[in-house]
Design a protein around this ligand. Structure first.
Ligand SMILES: [Zn+2]
Length: 511
């Protein structure tokens, strides 16, 4: 109310008034008609940010879209029929918004589609442990004695070096409960892989980091050049084997892998665009990846945020909002194998990357957004704080200036383009990550809608930044990018995602 009085006195329009209807009674008591006229002016002059925020929070098909993607199409590993169906689905959804929409083809280096993985254990206790093969594991029948290497430390590998050669090792893992647990698991796996290669192991069986027989899949630190077959085994089955080995029992396993491996193939991103009115050559890219692993429905990773991108595009168009800069909505493909779709975008748009003001990736599920990772770009922090003001009631938002590796911001970061990754409350993300349980029912729809409002307002805020404010968002040089990596010791993280070498040898990133 104080704000209202002040605005009336100063005869300003009430653009930032949050809830004009709550004030109707007071206003009409003060001086009736004139103020009601002013009130109606306030309602009609709601800012684009508020209109967009309210539209995102109102009734939209965001949940219905997600349900279609999860339940009608399902898991959609790049190269599969389901993935192609998801590309067509995404195209028709974005195209239906009325925005210019296109499919952007790119080459995936290797086809790998998992089919079945079965095992038989020889030793005390009849068991057929359940397990899955990790990315790239070739079709075949693998038989070996199993050697327990505890948690897979260097000392454990060294002490058993004589018996590891040409044998399978089994490795204990920590329970993974959230995103920190995920990063710890990737790091642990990468270290174990190096040791397994060094000691000539025939294969690696990782204990599942989730209980109750839950299985999941992710890439190895050598990507498609991995030679050693790798598996994730149900936690309880792996525990049984490790206990038996510790008791001195001889344990052997035969694992039969059915997978399809092939050469390079074509995949597609789906992109829609709303041209900027003042600075059409300057671009904001917001994206989420369309692909998933074949297990589960790819709901929290990352169908929910695909659905969010489509909904933001739809509402901006429906409200006829005219951003100053061009906004591109990108539904990336081939993310899980190494962000191939977004990497291709940076190659195809190399000539105009200097004009890319900001690239955002939303890929950590449907828990409430807590802020944004600014990926080593200090100058982004204040701007993000400012553009989030119209959604401040859903905060507080904390920006973290940490460089994130593991999603589609990566090649923008390598190219020196200012980039953001949304940070979220853990919700169901870590527990169901890449697993058969990543299904529609695990998505927090209410929070997804709120996140959509936050991302929509942020996007429009960047699109409408004053030129003086946007001037600090310059593209970094290779040296500046390297400096960010050095200061945050990013080499190991990049190695564990198999993306350090391509940066060092100039295959990826700014020259
Ligand atoms: Zn993801």
């Amino acid at each position: 109310m104080q704000l209202l009085k002040q605005l009336i006195l100063e005869n300003k329009t009430m653009i930032y008034m949050k809830n004009p209807f709550a004030n109707i009674k007071i206003i009409s008591r003060i001086c009736g008609f004139v103020l009601i006229m002013m009130l109606s002016l306030a309602v009609t002059s709601q800012s684009d940010y508020e209109l967009l925020r309210d539209a995102m929070l109102g009734e939209t098909p965001i949940a219905d879209d997600l349900k279609e993607l999860c339940e009608d199409i399902g898991g959609r590993i790049t190269g599969s029929k389901a993935n192609k169906a998801s590309v067509n689905w995404a195209f028709s959804k974005l195209n239906a918004t009325g925005l210019k929409t296109w499919k952007d083809g790119f080459e995936m280096p290797v086809l790998w589609l998992p089919q079945t993985t079965k095992s038989r254990l020889f030793g005390p206790g009849a068991k057929t442990p359940i397990l899955v093969s990790k990315y790239g594991t070739e079709r075949g029948i693998y038989s070996s004695k199993i050697v327990g290497v505890g948690t897979g430390t260097e000392e454990e590998f060294e002490s058993k070096s004589e018996v590891i050669k040409d044998r399978f090792v089994i490795v204990e893992t920590e329970l993974c409960l959230d995103i920190n647990g995920l990063f710890a698991e990737y790091a642990h796996a990468a270290k174990v892989e190096e040791l397994a290669y060094k000691h000539g192991a025939k294969g690696i069986i990782f204990m599942s980091s989730r209980p109750k027989g839950l299985l999941y899949r992710f890439i190895t630190s050598r990507g498609t050049s991995a030679i050693i077959p790798q598996f994730i085994m149900a936690r309880e089955d792996a525990r049984f084997i490790m206990d038996e080995i510790a008791r001195g029992q001889h344990m052997e396993i035969t694992i039969t892998v059915n997978s399809q491996k092939g050469g390079s193939f074509q995949s597609q991103n789906v992109i829609a665009e709303i041209p900027g009115t003042k600075y059409p050559d300057e671009v904001i890219v917001i994206g989420a990846h369309l692909d998933s692993w074949a297990m589960g429905q790819g709901a929290n990773d990352n169908g929910c945020n695909v659905s969010m991108m489509i909904d933001i595009a739809r509402q901006i168009k429906a409200l006829n909002i005219q951003p100053d800069r061009t906004i591109r909505f990108a539904l990336w493909n081939g993310e899980e194998q190494g962000y191939f779709g977004s990497w291709d975008y940076t190659k195809e748009n190399l000539e105009t990357l200097d004009n890319h003001i900001m690239a955002l990736s939303v890929d950590i599920g449907s828990g409430g957004i807590t802020g944004f990772f600014t990926n080593g770009r200090q100058e982004l922090m204040g701007i993000v704080d400012k553009v989030l003001e119209p959604v401040s009631e859903y905060g507080p938002f904390t920006q973290l200036n940490i460089p994130i590796v593991g999603t589609d911001n990566f090649d923008f970061m390598l190219q020196g383009v200012p980039n953001l990754v949304a940070n979220h409350k853990p919700f169901n993300y870590g527990l169901n990550y890449h697993a058969s349980t990543d299904t529609y029912d695990k998505v927090d729809i209410e929070s997804l809608k709120q996140n959509a409002a936050i991302v929509a307002v942020l996007t429009l805020g960047f699109a409408n930044l004053d030129p003086e404010e946007a001037a600090v968002l310059k593209r970094q040089t290779r040296e500046e990018v390297q400096d960010v990596f050095d200061k945050s010791n990013l080499e190991f993280t990049m190695r564990m995602f198999n993306v350090w070498e391509p940066w060092i040898n100039g295959e990826r990133g700014i020259k």
